[in-house]
Design a protein around this ligand. Structure first.
Ligand code: DGP
Length: 115
């Protein structure tokens, strides 16, 4: 299932370029186009899911896979020991701008509460 005009679905389909960090059958990790830290990667499910609000009990294995991908990204980019932050913006107050579920993996510098 994909959404015709979803930017991240286009990246997943290879219709838009991205700097990939990791890919498997269910997830893709790629560098954010507008990084706010030395490490800023987006981890997305390949299946189009608009936000965390759409997740259901049956998505539990997918959520596990996403976390495995986050671990791989952290190790691959060398922030596993220094630490990093995982952020999922949701809706208007969360400042979600792309409505395809994504997890920001942010690190490589000391973060503050406001980033
Ligand atoms: P959010 O505000 O949580 O919905 O963040 C969306 C992020 O997606 C934002 O940090 C910028 C990033 N982004 C938007 N368009 C593209 C794109 O075409 N390529 C890449 N690599 N990142 C994108």
């Amino acid at each position: 299932m994909h959404e015709e005009n979803c930017i991240f679905c286009k990246i997943i389909r290879g219709e838009l370029p991205s700097q990939k960090v990791h890919e498997d059958e269910e997830t893709l990790a790629f560098h954010d186009i507008n990084p706010i830290a030395p490490v800023h990667v987006l981890v997305v499910p390949k299946r189009h899911i608009a936000s965390v609000l759409e997740l259901t009990e049956t998505d539990a294995p997918l959520i596990g896979r996403i976390h495995r991908t986050i671990q791989r990204v952290a190790k691959e980019l060398g922030v596993d020991e220094s630490g990093f932050r995982v952020v999922t913006n949701t809706g208007a107050h969360g400042q979600q701008t792309v409505f395809h579920l994504h997890y920001h993996v942010i690190g490589g510098r000391q973060l503050t509460w406001t980033m």
